[in-house]
Design a protein around this ligand. Sequence first.
Ligand code: ZN
Length: 233
Amino acid sequence: QLASLVNEAALLTTRKNSPTISMEILEAAKDKVLMGAERRSLIITDREKRITACHEAGHALVAWMLPGADPVHKVTIIPRGRALGLTMQLPEEERNSHDRTFLFNNLCTLLGGRIAEEIVFNQMTTGAGNDIERVSDIARRMVCEWGMSETIGPLTFRASNPLSNQPGQIISEQTAVLIDVEVKKLVQSAYDRARGLLEEHRALLDAITDALIERETLSRADIQAIIATNERK
Ligand code: ZN
């Protein structure tokens, strides 16, 4: 991965006729390797741009406000791959396992995009489809694989996998219902937490949205500056 990152950076450097590989170019190469090439030719209406900016601002602000969540590294509304925008968090240190708080924060951050759209535009778009898929996946695994539901306790429930010969567990209907209830409860409490944060910091949500529309990409320092300016008001 590092080899292809540096290789990409070298290509970008050549294209720019620059004698050395700078940190800035390494950052651009990392984005390309991790998230796909920029799609500047994609035609986006002003309204779509505004909704995307608001969505990403929602992710970023929730991540920023949650103690213990990975720091926000960068937010962008430049389309890449299949995504119209992206909020990137970077862990402060290498992690080999995650605790319940970290996973819960993840759920909140993922939901932040959709909730921001709801608060500002009072409607939902398909843009949050991938976030919601990830939320469902993480919440289900917290309950079924990692024993993180107090009601169900430390039990594993494996659904049958049609691709492997391993039979799934036989789960009673009662347990299946309980799992659904627990997964929904978990997602709902993450939703409430994220919604509360975004409503509380609505002025900041708007300020980050506007800055994204104007500048397309914001670094951690940029967001820090926006928050500082807002606090002084
Ligand atoms: Zn999103």
